[in-house]
Ligand binder design. Structure first.
Ligand SMILES: Nc1ncnc2c1ncn2[C@@H]1O[C@H](COP(=O)(O)OP(=O)(O)OP(=O)(O)O)[C@@H](O)[C@H]1O
Length: 257
C-alpha cells in the first residue's frame, strides 16, 4: 500500500462551543479498508460527512488524493474552495447512509442509473447496463423494475450500495449502514460489503457498531473519542490487546452490552 488517499491534517470542527473534531490527524491509504469505532458523539460520522462535503471544517486541511478538499491553491496559498472544486473532489467519493435515501418515485434501476446519466454524462443505455451489473453484484438482479417501497430495508440498502458504486468512486464511505435495519436483515448487507472488501481494491472507510464485522473486514481499526483518534491497529491488536484504558472500557461496554 502506498500514499494516503485520505488525510486529515489537524482538522477542527465545532458546532458553537461543541468541539466535534479536535485537531484530528487521520489517514487512509489507497486500497485500505478502515473502520472507525467509538462512543456516540465522538465524531465518527462527522469524518465521513466532511469528506462528502456535507459539513465544512473550521481548522486544518483535509486531502483527498494529493489535493486539498476544502481548499484550493491560489498563488501558492490555500484559500477556501469554490463550488466547482468541491464538486470535482466529491466525485471521487461514494457514500452509503444509515437511512438509504433512495428516490421513492424512481425504480430501483433508475435510482442507480440516474447520477451516471446526469453527472457523468453516460447514455441512458450504458447507465442501465451498469445498473444491471451492479444489481447482479448485490444479489438483486430480479428487482430492477420495482420501487423502493416494494423492497425490504436490507434490499433497499443493497440498492444504496449499488447506487454509490455506479459513480465508480475511488473511496467508498459507509456510515453505520446497518443501524436502521431489523436484526434479521443486517447479515445480507454486511455480506455484500464484506464481498466488496475482499474482491475489490477499492478504498473503504466504514463507521459501524458491528464489532464482529469490523474485525472481519478491516485492515485497520481506529478508535475515536472526543473528536480525536485515540488508538489504531489491526483488528487483532485493537480487539485483543488494546493499549489505552479508554479503548478497553469502550470495548468492554459494547462487547458485553
Ligand atoms: N448539525 C449539527 N449541529 C449541532 N451539533 C451537531 C450537528 N451534527 C452533529 N452534531 C453533534 O456533533 C457530535 C458528533 O457527531 P457525530 O455524528 O460525528 O458522532 P458519532 O461519533 O458519529 O456518533 P453516533 O455513534 O451517535 O452516530 C454529536 O455530539 C452531535 O450531537
Amino acid at each position: 500500500m502506498t500514499d494516503p488517499i485520505i488525510k486529515f491534517d489537524k482538522v477542527g470542527k465545532s458546532y458553537g462551543s461543541l468541539k466535534v473534531l479536535d485537531g484530528l490527524d487521520f489517514e487512509v491509504k489507497r486500497g485500505e479498508k478502515v473502520t472507525i469505532i467509538g462512543p456516540s458523539g465522538s465524531g465518527k460520522s462527522t469524518v465521513l460527512r466532511v469528506l462528502m462535503t456535507l459539513e465544512t471544517i473550521n481548522d486544518g486541511v483535509v486531502y483527498v488524493g494529493n489535493e486539498p478538499l476544502w481548499h484550493e491553491q491560489r498563488s501558492g496559498a490555500l484559500v477556501p474552495a469554490g463550488e466547482e472544486h468541491l464538486r470535482k473532489m466529491r466525485r471521487q467519493l461514494g457514500m452509503v447512509f444509515q437511512q438509504f435515501n433512495l428516490f421513492p418515485h424512481m425504480t430501483v434501476r433508475r435510482n442507480i442509473a440516474e447520477a451516471p446519466v446526469k453527472v457523468l454524462g453516460l447514455s441512458r443505455q450504458d447507465a442501465n447496463q451498469r445498473a444491471e451489473e451492479l444489481l447482479e453484484m448485490v444479489g438483486l438482479a430480479d428487482q430492477a423494475h420495482k420501487y423502493p417501497h416494494q423492497l425490504s430495508g436490507g434490499q433497499q440498502q443493497r440498492v444504496g450500495i449499488a447506487r454509490a458504486l455506479a459513480m465508480r468512486p475511488k473511496v467508498m464511505l459507509f456510515d453505520e449502514p446497518t443501524s436502521a435495519l431489523d436484526p434479521e436483515l443486517v447479515g445480507e448487507v454486511l455480506n455484500v460489503i464484506a464481498r466488496l472488501a475482499s474482491e475489490h481494491d477499492l478504498t473503504m472507510l466504514l463507521v459501524t457498531h458491528e464489532m464482529r464485522f469490523a474485525r472481519e473486514v478491516s485492515d485497520r481499526v481506529c478508535f475515536f473519542d472526543k473528536g480525536q483518534m485515540k488508538e489504531q491497529g489491526t483488528p487483532d491488536e485493537l480487539f485483543t490487546a488494546p493499549r489505552e484504558q479508554r479503548t478497553r472500557d469502550f470495548l468492554k461496554a459494547v462487547l458485553n452490552g
